[in-house]
Design a protein around this ligand. Structure first.
Ligand code: SF4
Length: 364
């Protein structure tokens, strides 16, 4: 399918600001040309290593420096992940996304275990996606050889607004990781979060950057911020459903072949709101009672919603063939990746870091 890479920010803003029903109609028309509108993929997001992350993403309860109720746990075993994958499959999931709260992948025993996890879930005939932080090309190649289907690394927001959220790494690292993933011939999953205080221009700029990737990402998750107590964004207002609909619809028109994923924040959405998102081109939800660490609708509720709307869960490998595992190269990466550490100050992040320390002192 031919992709359009020459969108301008003005084009995308004009789409986003169209009268809502006209925007939804246009997006629904594009959706029908490229996807089965009665199919929605059920994906499951599993936190295989939780909390204690050295990064300081302002929205994230897993950052070690904030004080949240997230229970930390080390890397899950192969048995634990196989059990979780099996349960997800029984609930209709065709894709398992494994998330680890790491800054970047290291060539150590944990990574060896992740390779085993990928091999195990691939053998279960599910699409395996991983989100492990920044990754080098060699590491991405190892994951691909193990049978990984997709690698997720979100741009989160526009390059400009990124500096207001995260001081521990730069936007160019995000883009470099996506390039490494692409070179390893993995499919790319990359999207963002709305509701972090960004402007409409930031949202559209992020979609513009994604649309300029060549090829465009196969998968584009759109998350609504879940404001977690203890993080610098705890007081952000919930995202209005109309913003989610606009974002899904605009992403759908700008990247017609991508699967737009209705991701975090569904607990705040009514069924009617979600139905409008499906109409506007959302082709996937994440199921299960947790999305990494934040709440998500109950799986039964989702199955009832599917029945009500006449939706069918998408079969695995409907869009791309199943990766055939190859021998995983043994040698570690000799690359010395130069991930950036900008280190600028974001007052809210600094304040919540101090609060976290104070609270930890009291409880210890
Ligand atoms: S979003 Fe990822 S990288 Fe950022 S703090 Fe959370 S776990 Fe770490």
């Amino acid at each position: 399918m031919e992709q359009q890479h020459n969108w301008t920010l003005e084009d995308i803003l004009a789409l986003y600001r169209k009268p809502l029903l006209e925007l939804v109609y246009e997006a629904a028309t594009v959706h029908r040309q490229h996807h089965d509108p009665n199919e929605v993929q059920i994906s499951s997001l599993l936190s295989i290593k939780t909390g204690g992350c050295p990064e300081d993403c302002g929205y994230c309860p897993q950052a070690a420096r904030y004080h949240t109720d997230v229970e930390e746990h080390g890397l899950m075993s192969v048995e634990q992940v196989a059990t979780a994958a099996n349960r997800a499959r029984m609930l209709g999931a065709s894709r398992l996304c494994m998330g680890a709260a790491w800054r970047n992948v290291r060539d150590d025993e944990d990574f060896d275990r992740v390779i085993e996890l990928v091999q195990t879930v691939n053998e279960m005939d599910m699409e395996v996606c991983a989100t492990l932080g920044m990754v080098t090309e060699k590491q991405a190649q190892k994951l691909a050889a193990a049978g990984l289907y997709a690698y997720n690394h979100n741009l989160d927001t526009s390059e400009e607004y990124y500096k207001e959220i995260i001081p521990t790494r730069g936007y160019e690292d995000r883009l470099k990781t996506l390039e490494n993933v692409r070179k390893a011939k993995l499919t790319v999953c990359s999207g963002g979060i709305i509701g972090m205080g960004e402007s409409v221009e930031d949202r559209c700029q992020m979609l513009l950057t994604l649309s300029q990737l060549d090829p465009q990402p196969e998968s584009v998750p759109i998350n609504a911020l879940v404001a977690v107590e203890g993080t610098p964004m705890e007081e952000q207002e919930p995202v209005p459903i109309w913003d989610m609909v606009r974002m899904v619809a605009t992403a759908r028109i700008v990247m017609p072949g991508s699967t737009v994923r209705l991701s975090a924040g569904r607990t705040q959405m009514t069924r009617e709101g979600q139905a409008l998102c499906f109409m506007a081109g959302a082709g996937s939800i994440f199921a299960g009672d947790k999305l990494l660490t934040t709440p998500n609708p109950d799986a039964d509720e989702d199955l009832q919603m599917f029945e009500l709307l006449g939706l069918k869960p998408t079969a695995p490998f409907a869009k791309h063939p199943k990766p055939q595992p190859q021998p995983v190269p043994e040698e570690d990466s000799t690359e010395k990746p130069k991930w950036s550490r900008p280190g600028h100050r974001i007052p809210a992040n600094v304040e919540y870091t101090k609060r976290g320390k104070a609270k930890r002192k009291i409880t210890s």
